[in-house]
Design a protein around this ligand. Structure first.
Ligand code: ZN
Length: 134
């Protein structure tokens, strides 16, 4: 699922299915599936054309995004793009490299951790904040 830009939606306006589809460049069938299977609310179910309130569309898409978002809880967690989930790196495959970039006002050094996915063997990266340098 792409990251739908919810800022394109006006919350106090109603949308036709065709308008939602063209707003995000998706097929109208995708919107109908959201209504039928994924619980996107319509203003009145038995009135055609179907209308969706902007506010409902925004909260629907935000909830959808939150459900998909991977949370890296531990320092040695990685997100594997191929497995589509949080994985650990293969033992001994992990390296930390300084990227040379500074992060934020504190000027913390950015560190890139590289590893090999323990499940599929794909290279996985993760960017971390390093320790403060003076
Ligand atoms: Zn993997």
């Amino acid at each position: 699922m792409p990251n739908y830009n919810t800022r394109l939606i006006t919350s106090r306006r109603s949308y036709l299915i065709s308008e939602i589809a063209s707003l995000f460049g998706i097929h109208q069938r995708t919107c109908h599936r959201w209504i039928r299977n994924d619980g996107l609310r319509v203003i009145e179910e038995d009135v055609r054309p179907l209308l969706v309130m902007g506010a409902d569309l925004i909260s629907f898409l935000k909830a959808k995004r939150a459900k998909r978002k991977a949370i890296l809880r531990k320092e040695d967690d990685f997100y594997c793009m191929k497995c589509h989930k949080v994985v650990k790196a293969k033992r001994g495959s992990e390296k930390a490299v300084k990227t040379g970039k500074k992060i934020g006002k504190a000027g913390l050094e950015q560190i890139k951790r590289i590893g090999i996915c323990e499940i599929c063997g794909t290279k996985v990266n993760r960017f971390l904040r390093g320790v403060k340098q003076d």
